[in-house]
Design a protein around this ligand. Structure first.
Ligand SMILES: Cc1cc2nc3c(=O)[nH]c(=O)nc-3n(C[C@H](O)[C@H](O)[C@H](O)COP(=O)(O)OP(=O)(O)OC[C@H]3O[C@@H](n4cnc5c(N)ncnc54)[C@H](O)[C@@H]3O)c2cc1C
Length: 470
């Protein structure tokens, strides 16, 4: 009787799980195992919102495994040490897992492969392409998205996702498992997770529901994706991050759907995700170090009061505050608004992009080592193929263009909800009578702007000029 361990990480699903499928084919019996690594982001563990998700996702995975005749074994601590213990307890003959693309975790797996003493087999993980497989004509990695995208499309070999195993044969005797509740991933005093519970369904079934409902609106994605007041995007990001659905399953799901600009635009976003990992593999320090070296000299300010106003959604700029409050309550923020709030922190407040990155890391349910740092560097203008620093979002114009009636702002900042669309993105311009009629005392019910847009813009451009020759 051969027992194989399947080691889960960011592949918390049964469908299109290549390593699990192979383990079932290879082993007579399979031990599904999750080992919690304390360090996922260069010395840092998951943020609070991600832990909430992880708890629920592992719970769902365990239920799905039980429906397939198996269960999930949980362990915490050093991956190598726990594997060695379980191998000794069970006499397992091999460990199968899907590749982890975060460079330091991938390196850790190479070390484990040398030290484990039994085969430690890596399969394709949570990307469409192995990051090293996509190269320029001269054999170097890409730094610019569009040619990377074209190379991906040219190199795309479509194969069907691996089907769910019908049954996962259990071992005769299960090894010891930790209790998930003892890991303390759920917030208790206070329990701030009600907004997360109302908005999300972690797990493979939840991912399926998200893609199914998104498929009804995908045709309009190219227009609606920029509108935070509409449900125009897939909201698949946490599901993709935790591997509750694979990008290959997403891609295949839309293959036989009618061609549309929306579908093409959506599939292109999946390639942005690939690009972030392509960059992370090239620049493992991307969460901490600007990819453009001259930005090391950027004169960031330090201002805890301003940082805290931004974090709490109290900057006085409604579109910024609405986004920050949406993220605080639901663990997610619309992409357009992520760009606006990030630009505001970096350019209006001149605060280091890394402080925003860290806040997102702790607060987002989709906080991802590659997407988060690549996107922050993109907005800060210091990344590969980034938006130039001098392109500074005007929060009022962004609000009026992408939330034209102000519905998004009203949803997240009810205290100014009575303002008309003319003033909803700039309440400080509303005449006193209008504010009175709307029941708003500016500075009391809702803050006045913490910086002046024009002054802040000039200051940001001066700061950029100061590193020009660096
Ligand atoms: C400052 C900032 C920080 C961000 N941090 C994260 C993060 O930690 N985790 C994360 O998954 N995304 C991050 N993004 C990218 C993007 O905002 C989210 O992926 C998107 O909003 C998720 O919503 P959705 O699933 O409805 O996206 P959709 O528009 O439906 O896109 C589908 C999928 O494509 C991928 N995708 C979409 N946009 C991007 C992008 N710009 N870069 C890379 N992949 C993308 C995501 O996996 C997403 O789920 C960040 C963007 C910014 C500007």
């Amino acid at each position: 009787m051969t027992t194989v361990i399947h080691l889960f990480h960011r592949d918390l699903r049964l469908e299109d799980n290549v390593a699990l499928r192979k383990a079932v084919e290879f082993g007579n019996t399979v031990i599904p195992l999750y080992i919690h690594d304390a360090e996922v982001l260069g010395g840092v563990g998951e943020g609070q919102a991600s832990l909430w998700w992880l708890h629920n996702s592992l719970t769902e995975l365990d239920k799905d495994l039980r429906d397939h005749g198996s269960r999930l074994i949980l362990r915490r601590g050093s991956r190598l040490r726990e594997l060695l213990r379980i191998i000794e307890e069970t006499g397992s003959k091999a460990v199968f897992f899907n590749r982890r693309y975060v460079p330091w975790l991938d390196n850790q797996d190479s070390t484990i492969a040398r030290e484990l003493g039994i085969p430690y087999k890596r399969f394709r993980g949570y990307l469409l392409f192995e990051p090293e497989a996509i190269k320029t004509k001269t054999g170097t990695p890409f730094r610019v998205f569009t040619p990377f995208y074209k190379a991906c499309l040219a190199g795309m070999t479509l194969y069907p996702p691996a089907p769910k195993p019908l049954k996962i044969p259990p071992p005769r005797k299960w090894p010891r498992s930790d209790s998930l509740h003892d890991w303390g991933f759920l917030p208790s005093f206070p329990d701030w997770s009600s907004g997360l519970r109302e908005n999300w369904k972690p797990g493979e079934a939840g991912a399926k529901e998200s893609i199914q409902s998104f498929s009804k609106v995908v045709g309009n994605y190219q227009n609606d994706r920029d509108r935070p007041d509409l449900t125009g995007t897939s909201r698949l990001s946490p599901h993709l991050h935790f591997g509750e659905i694979s990008p290959l399953s997403c891609w295949n799901y839309f293959l036989d759907k009618p061609e549309s600009e929306g579908k093409t635009a959506f599939l292109r976003e999946l390639i942005w995700r690939e690009f972030s990992y392509h960059l992370l593999v090239q620049y493992p320090d991307m969460a901490h170090e600007p990819l453009q070296k001259k930005f090391k000299k950027f004169p960031w300010r330090e201002d805890k009061t301003m940082l805290s106003a931004w974090e709490r959604g109290e900057t006085g700029y409604p579109i910024v505050d609405a986004g920050m409050r949406q993220m605080w309550e639901t663990g997610w923020m619309h992409n357009r608004v992520r760009m606006v709030v990030a630009s505001f922190l970096i350019k209006h407040l001149l605060l280091d992009w890394r402080s925003g990155h860290d806040w997102f890391w702790d607060t987002l349910v989709d906080a991802d080592p590659a997407n988060n740092s690549a996107s922050w560097q993109w907005v800060a203008g210091c990344g590969a193929d980034a938006a130039p620093f001098f392109r500074i979002f005007n929060p009022m114009a962004q609000g009026s263009k992408f939330d034209p009636k102000g519905d998004y702002v009203r949803r997240w900042i009810p205290e100014i909800g009575q303002l008309s669309s003319k003033y909803i993105h700039q309440p400080w311009l509303a005449p006193r009578m209008v504010l009175e009629d709307a029941g708003i005392k500016l500075g009391l019910d809702y803050p006045r702007p913490i910086v002046d847009h024009k002054v802040a813009r000039e200051r940001a451009l001066d700061s950029l000029a100061s590193i020009k020759g660096a």
